[in-house]
Design a protein around this ligand. Sequence first.
Ligand code: SF4
Length: 342
Amino acid sequence: MSNELRVNLLGKTLPQLQELCAAEGFPRFTAKQLCDWLYKKRAESIDAMTNLSLAQRARLNEIAYIGREAPVRCQVSRDGTKKYLFHVLAGHFIEAVYIPEEDRATLCVSCQVGCKMGCHFCVTGQQGFHGNLSAGDILNQLFSIPEYEELTNVVFMGMGEPMDNLDAILAATKAMTADWGLGWSPKRITVSTVGIVPGLKRFLDESQCHLAVSLHNAVPQERLQMMPVQKAFPLNEVLALLRHYDWSGQRRLSFEYTMFRGLNDDQQHAQKLVDALKGLDCRVNLIRFHESPEAPYKTSMPTAIKAFQDYLNRHGVICTLRASRGQDIDAACGLLAGRGEA
Ligand code: SF4
């Protein structure tokens, strides 16, 4: 039977597997066994699940599969960053970026094919939207790279807007953090958003993972010129929501701020940003913009970035400059295109 007619077990939560087992007349504990095989042993086939009876395995093979698929291409940067291309949905591709550092190894995963948000500076955004990834498609990006065992962190900052595919994000992060899943601490996972308020509220209520908000400009009319989402969900509404939550504990709040020459990188903008974030326990990550022929923006001068960073730090906002990684293979922020050719 083709995969379209069967259920992908990868990405299913324990309650979902219990439901499936009940429907099939399997004992309840079979769901826990399935979780062990899927998440602890990372089985690639139902036949590998040797503590299930032959009849159970035969039935599962009829109705389900494990959506494990190796990447179709890997590009390696001079700095060791690796960009993996995965085939998803019919005829589409997405990318995940593996970023090794001295004391950690991070995987930046995608959650959609393309994106609906249309941020003007982002290559993914210029491609339009072609579909949501399932929780299984998301987990496959971790499980099917050779460096899985080395991973210390996962960030949802690749292609797509996580709050626009929240059911899959919540199921995938649940499988990563639950006892029946990988058992990771939620501190190892960061989910980013441009600030879709209803999704964000649900995420904050249901997940303990870190949050990164793409801010990029604290002047409303200017942010709107760069990020159409500002019209439906203005930054002040996003910040008002964030102020209802406690950020002094384990869960961390950060704001991503890409530096564009002459657009958002002077002291006035730094001051607006400090004002906007007043009273919020958070940090700001500055990102050098990576120029691409598809976006009409320029990278800020290093002196402007330094002055901006110093201003924020002097005014009580912890601010760091994110290291640029994988620029030579178009793996840097905003450059993921999921091009399947070549
Ligand atoms: Fe979508 Fe993020 Fe690109 Fe904006 S920056 S278009 S939200 S992928």
